[in-house]
Design a protein around this ligand. Structure first.
Ligand code: TRP
Ligand code: ZN
Length: 854
C-alpha cells in the first residue's frame, strides 16, 4: 500500500467540525475474522463551523453500504476516511462496515486478546471501528447493541436490554468517540456496591478471566476509596447506575477511562499478596483512582482537541497524586513523584524529544502521551495551587466544573476559571504550557550583619535552555518555597513562597541573629533544577535538621551525587562524612521507615549519567555502574551490624497487608537486605527467598541474589512455581535483563527472547525483556553495541505488529547525545537502520526522526 508522506497537525489550524452529532446508534455482530459494525448517526449542521466538505474518519474499514436518510450513497473513500455530499439540514447517516478484530495486533480499535473482544479508542482508534468524526470536540449520546454468543457483553453507560445472544447499552452522557468501549468474553465478575452521597445506588464490577477472581478485592477497595475521596475532596459524584472495570492481558498502556467501562491492563488491576509487590499494590491503587477521577476530569469535561491533552491528564495525575498522598504518606509520595519526574520527564525535557506541556504540532498523537504532558502537566497544577492558595484552588475547581460541565475545553478555559475565581492574572504563568525545557534556577546568597539583626539575601537567576524548535526562552513564574534554619537547627523563618517572575531577582530576610542556612525549593515547589554552591557539611546539616521532609531527603540525595561524582571523575573514595550522615539517618527511629528506605536508595545510573553530563562531563556508564557498586559496598561495610538489626527489626509479623505502614517497613528491610547481601554472600537473601509468603519479599530476595550473581537456582525455582501466572512471569523475564551484569545483559536478553514463553506480541512481556534491557544502563550501553543492535532488531520486528508500543520504546535511545563518539555513532547507525525500514509506521518514523534531530 502506498504511504502518503506523514502529515503534521497544528494547534493553530483548529476548526470546529461541520456538523454536530445528536445521537449515535451502533450494532456489533461480533466474529473474530469478520465483525460487522452497523451505525446510525443523526447529524445536524454546526452553526459555529465554517462551510466545508463533510468528512468522516475511517481507517482499515471495508465499507459494505452507506445511506443518507435511507437512500444509498457512494462516498469517496481515501486511506484516512470518506467524503460525501450531504443535505443542507439535519440528516441520518447509516453505514455498514466490516472489520477484523482477530488480525488487529496493534491493540487499537476493536481487537482480540485471547478469545476476548475489547476496544481501545483513545486517541484515534474509533476510526478503525466505523466511519465517524473521530475528534474529541464531537460529543454525542450512544446506544450500542452487541450480538454475540459470549456470556458477558459490555459497553458504556447503563444496561438497557438483554436477550439470548445480544445485549444493549445506553450511555446518556454525551461523549467523544475516544471514550467508546466494548468488551465481550467469557468473564467472571467481582461485584460490589456503592451509594453516592446523594443516594444513587451504583453497581460495581471488576470483570476478569476465570481464575483471576481472587485478585480483585484490592482493586475494588481502591475503587470505593476513590469514589468516596472524589466526593469529599472535589465534591464529585458518580453519574451512572453501573461502573465496570475489565482486566485485559494485551494492552498498550496502563488503563483507559472509557465512560462507565474502564479497561485495564491486567497488570494495573489484578493484585494478590502472593503475586504482587507492595509497589504493584500502590501502582494499582493509583491507576484505579486515576481512571475513576477521569470521569469528571476528562469525561464530563473533555478536551477540545488533542493539543489540550494535559487539560485532562495533568489534572487527573495531580488528583491521583493527592489521593495517594492522602491514603499513604504525603512526604513519601512527594519524593516518589519527584523521583519519577526527574527520571522520565527531566530526561525527556533535556533531550531531543523535549516538547511543551501543550504541544503545538504533532504527526502521531499517540507519541504525545508523555511524561511531559502527564507529569509536568501535573506539576503545573501543583504550582497553580501554590500560587492561588488552597482556597483559591477550591473555588477555581468548583467554577471549572460548573462552567464547563459537558464541554470540550481548552487550557485557555482552564486558566480563565482561575483568573475569574481568584482575580489573579495568569498571562505569564501560561508560558509554562508553551515553553519546553527544564528551567535552571541559580541561587547566590549574601549575609550582612547589622546592629538590629543581619540581612540575608537570596539572589535568583532563572534560565531555560534551548529545546528543539525553541531557541529563545522567556522568564517564567516560579514559586520557590523557602525556609531558613539557624546554625543550631531551629527554623527561624518558616516556609514562604517566593515568586520569581524575572530573569534575575533578589529577596531579603531581615532581623536575623545569625547567618541562616537556607532550605530552598521545599516540597519541590516547581519543576526546575536548582544550581547552588554548597558543601557536604551543609548538606549533612540539612539532612539532619531540615523540617521539610522533601528537602531533608534532597540533601541526602545531593550528598550521594557529590560523592559519586567525585568517585567517578577523581577516583576518590566514598566520603566518610556521607557514610556517617547516612548512618545517622538510617538509625533515626523518629523517621518513617518508608522515608528511611528512600533515603538509603542511591541515585540511579541514568540519573548519575545526566548529572555528570550537566556538569560538563561525558558519562561512562560502566564507570557509573562500578562507582555505585563500590559505594554500596562501602555503605554496607560502614553500617555493619546496624543493617542486620534493621533487617530483623523491620520484619512484619502477621498476615500480609499492602498498607503504607507495613509496606514502608518492608521497604526499609529490603534496603537493608540489598546492602547486607553485598557482605554476607547472599545468605539472608537465599533464606528469605525460600521462606517468603508474599511477592514483595520473594522478589526482593531474588533481586538481591541477581545483583550478586547467585540467582541461578532461585530463578528456576521461581519459574516452576509461577509458570502459569503471566503477570508473575513478566517479573521473571524483566528482572533478569534489568539486573544482568553489564557485559552479559545483551546475551541474557537475547537468550530470553528465544524462550518459549517469550510472547513478544504481548506488550507486557515485550516491555519486560526489551524494556528491562534498556533500563539496565550499563548493560544497554555495553561498549560492543550488542544491546543497541538487539533493541533495534526487536523494534524493527515489532513495528508492523504494534506501532504504538514500538514508538514508545524508541525512547531507550533518547539520551544518546550524552555519550561518547563511539556510542553515539553506534546508536545513530541503529536509529538510521530503524528509520530505513520499508513501511515503517508513522508512529516510529516520527519518534526516530525526532530523536535523530532530523
Ligand atoms: N487516557 C489513558 C489514561 O491516561 C491513557 C491511555 C490508555 C492511552 N490507553 C491508551 C493513550 C492508548 C494512548 C493510547 O488513563
Ligand atoms: Zn489519564
Amino acid at each position: 500500500m502506498p504511504h502518503d508522506a506523514p502529515q503534521t497537525i497544528y494547534l493553530a489550524d483548529y476548526t470546529p467540525f461541520t456538523h454536530l452529532v445528536e445521537q449515535v446508534h451502533l450494532v456489533f455482530r461480533l466474529a473474530p475474522d469478520v465483525t460487522r459494525v452497523i451505525s446510525r448517526i443523526a447529524f445536524v449542521p454546526n452553526p459555529d463551523a465554517p462551510d466545508g466538505p463533510f468528512f468522516l474518519h475511517g481507517e482499515q474499514l471495508k465499507l459494505i453500504e452507506a445511506k443518507i436518510d435511507g437512500q444509498p450513497v457512494t462516498p469517496e473513500l481515501s486511506e484516512a476516511g470518506l467524503t460525501c455530499p450531504v443535505p443542507d439540514g439535519p440528516f441520518t447517516w447509516e453505514a455498514e462496515v466490516e472489520i477484523s478484530p482477530q488480525t488487529n495486533t496493534a491493540l487499537e480499535g476493536l481487537y482480540m486478546s485471547r478469545a476476548m473482544y475489547c476496544t481501545q479508542c483513545e486517541a484515534e482508534g474509533f476510526r478503525k471501528i466505523t466511519y465517524y468524526p473521530d475528534r474529541p470536540d464531537v460529543m454525542a449520546p450512544f446506544t450500542v447493541r452487541i450480538e454475540s454468543d459470549l456470556p458477558v457483553l459490555l459497553s458504556n453507560g447503563n444496561p438497557s436490554g438483554r436477550g439470548e445472544g445480544w445485549a444493549e447499552w445506553t450511555d446518556p452522557w454525551p461523549k467523544p468517540a475516544y471514550l467508546f468501549a466494548l468488551v465481550a468474553g467469557d468473564l467472571v465478575n467481582h461485584p460490589d456496591r456503592f451509594t453516592t452521597r446523594s443516594g444513587r445506588e451504583v453497581e460495581l464490577n471488576i470483570w476478569v478471566r476465570p481464575g483471576d477472581e481472587k485478585k480483585c478485592a484490592f482493586g475494588m477497595d481502591a475503587l470505593k476509596r476513590s469514589m468516596t475521596w472524589d466526593e469529599e475532596t472535589y465534591g464529585r459524584e458518580y453519574d451512572l447506575d453501573v461502573f465496570n472495570i475489565v482486566a485485559v492481558d494485551d494492552f498498550n498502556m496502563g488503563a483507559m477511562e472509557n465512560k462507565g467501562l474502564n479497561i485495564f491492563n491486567s497488570s494495573a488491576v489484578l493484585a494478590s499478596p502472593e503475586t504482587s509487590t507492595d509497589a504493584n499494590f500502590e501502582r494499582i491503587e493509583g491507576i484505579i483512582a486515576h481512571e475513576y477521577f477521569h470521569n469528571w476530569t476528562g469525561n464530563r469535561i473533555t478536551c477540545r482537541d488533542w493539543f489540550q491533552l494535559c487539560l485532562k491528564e495533568g489534572l487527573t495525575v495531580f488528583r491521583d497524586q493527592q489521593f495517594t498522598g492522602d491514603m499513604r504518606s504525603r512526604a513519601v509520595k512527594r519524593i516518589d513523584d519527584v523521583l519519577n519526574l526527574r527520571a522520565r520527564q527531566f530526561r525527556e525535557d533535556n533531550g531531543p524529544l523535549a516538547h511543551p506541556v501543550r504541544p503545538e504540532s504533532f504527526v502521531e498523537i499517540n507519541n504525545f502521551y508523555t511524561a511531559t504532558v502527564y507529569e509536568k502537566g501535573a506539576e503545573l497544577i501543583g504550582m497553580l495551587k501554590r500560587l492561588v492558595g488552597d482556597e483559591g484552588y477550591a473555588k477555581a475547581l468548583d467554577l471549572y466544573f460548573e462552567r464547563h460541565d459537558g464541554d470540550a475545553a481548552t487550557i485557555e478555559d482552564w486558566l480563565r476559571v482561575f483568573e475569574d475565581a481568584t482575580g489573579r492574572d495568569l498571562s505569564q504563568f501560561k508560558l509554562w504550557y508553551s515553553q519546553a525545557g527544564t528551567p535552571r534556577v541559580r541561587v547566590d546568597e549574601a549575609w550582612s550583619p547589622g546592629a538590629e539583626g543581619g540581612t540575608f539575601s537570596l539572589h535568583f537567576r532563572q534560565e531555560t535552555p534551548p529545546t528543539p524548535g525553541q531557541a529563545e526562552k522567556d522568564p517564567l513564574v516560579i514559586p520557590v518555597a523557602v525556609g531558613l534554619l539557624s546554625p543550631n537547627g531551629d527554623e527561624v523563618v518558616p516556609t514562604q513562597v517566593l515568586e520569581l517572575t524575572q530573569t534575575s531577582q533578589v529577596f531579603q530576610f531581615e532581623g536575623l541573629a545569625t547567618r541562616p542556612v537556607p532550605s530552598i525549593l521545599r516540597g519541590f515547589s516547581a519543576p526546575v533544577i536548582v544550581e547552588r554552591k554548597t558543601d557536604a557539611k551543609e548538606r549533612a546539616f540539612l539532612l539532619a535538621h531540615d523540617t521539610d521532609p522533601f528537602n531533608k531527603w534532597e540533601a541526602g540525595r545531593g550528598l550521594a551525587k557529590d560523592v559519586l561524582t567525585r568517585m567517578v571523575s577523581e577516583g576518590a573514595d566514598p566520603a566518610p562524612a556521607y557514610l556517617e550522615a547516612l548512618e545517622a539517618m538510617a538509625r533515626d527511629e523518629s523517621l518513617d521507615p518508608a522515608f528511611r528506605a528512600l533515603a538509603l536508595r542511591l541515585p540511579s545510573q541514568d540519573d548519575m549519567a545526566q548529572t555528570l553530563f550537566d556538569a560538563g562531563r561525558t558519562p561512562d556508564p560502566l564507570q557509573i555502574h562500578a562507582a555505585l557498586r563500590h559505594l554500596r559496598k562501602a555503605v554496607a561495610e560502614h553500617m555493619g551490624s546496624l543493617l542486620s538489626d534493621l533487617y530483623d527489626d523491620m520484619a512484619v509479623h502477621g498476615p500480609y497487608r499492602p498498607d503504607a505502614t507495613d509496606a514502608g517497613q518492608r521497604a526499609l528491610r529490603q534496603g537493608a537486605l540489598a546492602l547486607l547481601s553485598l557482605v554476607d554472600e547472599g545468605t539472608r537473601a537465599q533464606a528469605q527467598f525460600e521462606a517468603a509468603d508474599n511477592m514483595t519479599e520473594q522478589l526482593g530476595a531474588l533481586t538481591c541474589l541477581l545483583e550478586i550473581g547467585a540467582a541461578d537456582a532461585a530463578l528456576s525455582a521461581f519459574r516452576s512455581q509461577w509458570q502459569s501466572d503471566r503477570l508473575v512471569m513478566d517479573k521473571w523475564f524483566g528482572l533478569q535483563t534489568a539486573h544482568a551484569e553489564p557485559d552479559k545483559a545483551a546475551q541474557v536478553a537475547s537468550r530470553l527472547t528465544e524462550d518459549s514463553d517469550f510472547d513478544w506480541k504481548n506488550p507486557n512481556r515485550f516491555r519486560a525483556v526489551i524494556g528491562g534491557l534498556a533500563m539496565n544502563a550499563a548493560g544497554f550501553h555495553t561498549p560492543s553495541g550488542a544491546a543497541y543492535a538487539l533493541v533495534a532488531d526487536w523494534l524493527i520486528r515489532l513495528d508492523p505488529v504494534n506501532p504504538q508500543t514500538t514508538a514508545r520504546m524508541t525512547t531507550a535511545f533518547e539520551t544518546w547525545k550524552r555519550y561518547d563518539g563511539d556510542r553515539q555513532g553506534m546508536i545513530r547507525d541503529n536509529l538510521e537502520r530503524i528509520a530505513a525500514t520499508p513501511g515503517l509506521s508513522r508512529d516510529t518514523t516520527e519518534m526516530v526522526g525526532r530523536i535523530l534531530g532530523a
